[in-house]
Design a protein around this ligand. Structure first.
Ligand SMILES: O=C[C@H](O)[C@@H](O)CC(=O)C(=O)O
Ligand SMILES: [Zn+2]
Length: 276
């Protein structure tokens, strides 16, 4: 498990491309028959990618957690962006098709991931945050995830937002998680942008077409920077940073947050005309 410490807004404003990528871009999350984990000190979230092809993969513990097992004092949200698969948690098995989301509460001891078909393997993206109590495990598909259509074709940001884990959906201690799918011909996500100093956020771009990219914007609203991202790459967005992207074609992404509250609508606007 890789560990990433925090960076101040002042430190970030002096970074070059390589430093920005080293600190805020997460590559290589998706590897065959492997679980990749990155521990961020922003709200202590763990970002992960799990791709079981020929093997069943077991969620490992890590010494940095000083825990008896990974979910001893944590909760986790998992979304499948690949082929059909299943996840077992202490003997209970959940089937996940593409874009299904599974929440597992604090206390689950053994968590394992499988694919139904090695030729079309499941690809699980996960986000885990510290938790103080157990909320029930729950599986939700995207139709049940209160789809909200946002933006418009004229502003190239027509998209559907699916919310899975939040105060009016799957209950959690502090995790908020969902995904956004851009309509064909639409390329902008989260514009107008916002910050929420109450919560950090992580983005995971997927279904980015081959040879296309998403230009992700970060930084304080008056000190913006960009990161060029490829398919299956994640972005760590500090609480003080905007998080918005413009693709060279349509794409989708999972967003997830943790922090002071788990109210999806709690955002501070960063109006387009005020960005620098
Ligand atoms: O705090 C909320 C998150 O930034 C995302 O939900 C925004 C998003 O998916 C979008 O506008 O496309
Ligand atoms: Zn946000």
């Amino acid at each position: 498990m890789e560990i990433r410490f925090q960076n101040s807004p002042k430190e970030t404003s002096a970074m070059n491309t390589a430093s920005l990528r080293e600190n805020f871009l997460v590559q290589h999350l998706v590897k065959d028959d492997s679980i990749q984990l990155v521990y961020s000190h922003y709200d202590r979230v763990i970002i992960g990618g799990v791709k079981p092809v020929n093997e069943k993969l077991v969620l490992p513990n890590h010494p940095e957690l000083r825990a008896d097992f990974f979910l001893q004092r944590r909760e986790i949200g998992i979304i499948n962006v690949g082929g059909a698969g299943s996840i077992s948690a202490d003997g209970e098995t959940f089937e996940l098709n593409k874009l299904d989301c599974l929440y597992l509460g604090k206390g689950m001891k053994e968590v394992s991931f499988s694919s139904n078909n090695a030729d079309d393997p499941a690809i699980y993206y996960l986000l885990s945050a510290p938790a103080h109590m157990n909320y029930p495990n729950r599986l939700l598909n995207k139709e049940e995830a209160s789809p909200a259509v946002m933006g418009a074709q004229e502003t190239s940001n027509h998209r559907t937002i699916y919310k899975y884990i939040h105060d009016a959906g799957i209950q959690s201690c502090q995790l908020v998680m969902g995904l956004t799918v851009l309509s064909e011909g639409s390329v902008w996500n989260t514009m107008p942008a916002h910050t929420h100093t109450r919560r950090m956020e992580a983005y995971f771009y997927f279904d980015v077409k081959p040879d296309q990219r998403v230009v992700h914007f970060m930084g304080e609203p008056k000190e913006t920077r960009h990161l060029i991202t490829n398919n299956h790459e994640a972005i760590i967005s500090p609480p003080w940073s905007i998080h918005s992207g413009c693709g060279t074609a349509d794409y989708a992404f999972i967003w997830g947050m943790a922090g002071e509250n788990y109210t999806y609508t709690d955002m501070d606007p960063a109006p387009i005309t005020e960005l620098l």
